[in-house]
Design a protein around this ligand. Structure first.
Ligand code: ADP
Ligand code: MG
Length: 452
């Protein structure tokens, strides 16, 4: 790969801006989102395997979220040492206020080469049940690459992508069914969000379907929202659907106002995406428990279980004794840190520990606190060379790509009425980084290129 000329780089920036591949920087200025100039190659078999994952994940999530006893049992010890998880539990509704459930989720994967295997294996990182971001911007990357690479990229076929369309359709159908003629979508957002345009793209896709949206922080909702005949009312509007792009971490729930607003949503009949049970079903602790074969099979069919398990990597509680060593996982991780990732019950990136930092954290954890963490085998994704563009600057680096697949599910009680794969997100980062966050400056938006 030869470096670009100044004129070529200016063209790449123009095309990114023309696509609306934009975000705000630390100062609030609009800049192009970090992106790749070379799409992510993958074999057709891997593409099919990826697409097959999201429907079973969403069935599983819906059933787990419907089993409050299982959630309580799984998270009991976490609750005792994690204030945030305890707060979420305290707000969980006991009486059903809404039998419908709408999921807008994303499951994330790496491709990893493994001994004795032809072609990479998909390795599941996690299933996001709250605030799964980039349905809007990710849908613009394949068009960007198509234009940038002159219609026909060498060596493969770009995979078209528009996750926001299915997601907006799923939301619009729920608004139309909702038992109030003038329902709107309430988007719960963070103040000063940098990835705001991704959210605005969903707002536009909803408007195209005749659905209006409001944007409020939890604190603002507390000032303007109330229960009206069981509905969630904001001023004169009724929120048929409440969609969270905030509320996934303790920083969004620090004030009594924010907690009260979260409780108000949960105790109204608005269709909350997600409801608290679904949010809890997405915790790392629950994901870890679901890697136990019998536990998984209590929620999904044998066929679904096998699809899910094909992408599992080892995930353990810290006190679990890991075969064949017989040692507790936390001790093994201190001896061989390069094989593990230590994860708390948090979302949004930047919370995991690796290598020497992980050893330090493990050494300080009391036996009671260990219950709030999980250890996951470290995935070593397939590397490649790529050209990256960040704030108009070009960088050539060895990179790895994390691929997410979005999906929508709608259920009325136990009956699943919709379950669709929506499209993908690829975030590509230099191999040495351990996080893929795009706003955080590590990840670069990318698209998929199917190769022979
Ligand atoms: P969060 O909910 O905070 O996004 P994740 O479980 O997705 O937490 O982890 C954050 C990032 O850490 C992922 O996007 C991925 O890049 C990296 N990561 C997570 N698990 C692993 C793993 N087992 N091996 C290698 N990298 C991982
Ligand atoms: Mg997550």
């Amino acid at each position: 790969m030869r470096p670009l000329t100044d004129a070529q780089r200016a063209t790449a920036v123009d095309l990114a801006l023309a696509q609306g591949l934009i975000q705000r920087d630390e100062r609030g200025e609009v800049v192009h989102a970090p992106l790749t100039l070379t799409p992510c190659p993958l074999p057709i078999e891997t593409l099919a395997a990826l697409e097959a994952q999201i429907q079973p994940w969403n069935v599983l999530t819906h059933r787990v979220a419907s089993d409050l006893d299982f959630l309580r049992d799984s998270l009991e010890r976490v609750r005792q040492s994690d204030r945030f998880i305890a707060d979420l539990f305290d707000m969980l509704r006991v009486e059903e206020t809404q039998a419908w459930r709408l999921l807008l989720t994303r499951s994330d994967y790496f491709m990893q080469n493994e001994p004795g295997r032809i072609g990479p294996r998909l390795c599941h990182v996690e299933h996001n049940t709250i605030a799964a971001s980039y349905p809007g911007l990710s849908g613009k990357m394949a068009s960007f690459h198509k234009t940038w690479l002159g219609l026909h990229p060498p060596g493969g076929v770009l995979v078209p992508n528009a996750p926001v369309e299915d997601m907006a359709q799923a939301v619009a159908e729920v608004v139309a069914r909702y038992d109030h003629p003038r329902g709107v979508v309430l988007m719960i957002v963070q103040a000063g969000e940098r990835n705001v345009f991704d959210q605005r793209i969903l707002e536009q896709a909803l408007a195209e379907r005749g659905v209006r949206s409001l944007r409020l922080t939890l604190d603002e909702l507390q000032a303007r929202g109330r229960l009206r005949e069981g509905h969630l009312a904001v001023d004169e509007e009724i929120a048929a659907v409440t969609y969270f792009r905030a509320g996934y971490g303790p920083n969004d729930l620090t004030t009594p106002e924010a907690l009260a607003a979260r409780r108000l949503i949960e105790h109204s009949s608005t269709v909350s995406v997600p409801d608290l049970a679904t949010q809890l079903a997405g915790t790392k602790k629950v994901q870890q428990r679901l890697t136990v074969p019998d536990v998984l099979r209590a929620f999904v069919s044998e066929e679904e279980a096998q699809v899910l398990e094909s992408a599992f990597v080892g995930l353990y509680e810290l006190d679990h004794s890991v075969p064949p060593s017989g040692m507790p996982a936390w001790r093994l991780a201190m001896l061989q840190p390069e094989r593990w990732v230590l994860k708390p019950q948090r979302e949004g990136g930047g919370n995991n520990h690796y290598d020497a930092g992980m050893v330090e954290v493990l050494a300080k954890l009391s036996p009671e606190k260990r219950a709030a963490w999980v250890l996951m085998e470290r995935i070593r994704p397939v590397p490649r060379q790529a050209a990256l563009l960040n704030r108009g600057e070009e960088q050539h680096a060895e990179v790895v790509s994390e691929i997410g697949w979005f999906g929508t599910l709608f259920a009325d009680g136990a009956e699943i009425l919709r379950n669709e794969p929506s499209g993908y997100l690829v975030r590509t980062r230099p191999t040495e980084a351990t996080e893929s966050g795009v706003s955080a400056g590590y990840g670069h938006l990318d698209s998929l290129l199917v190769v022979d």
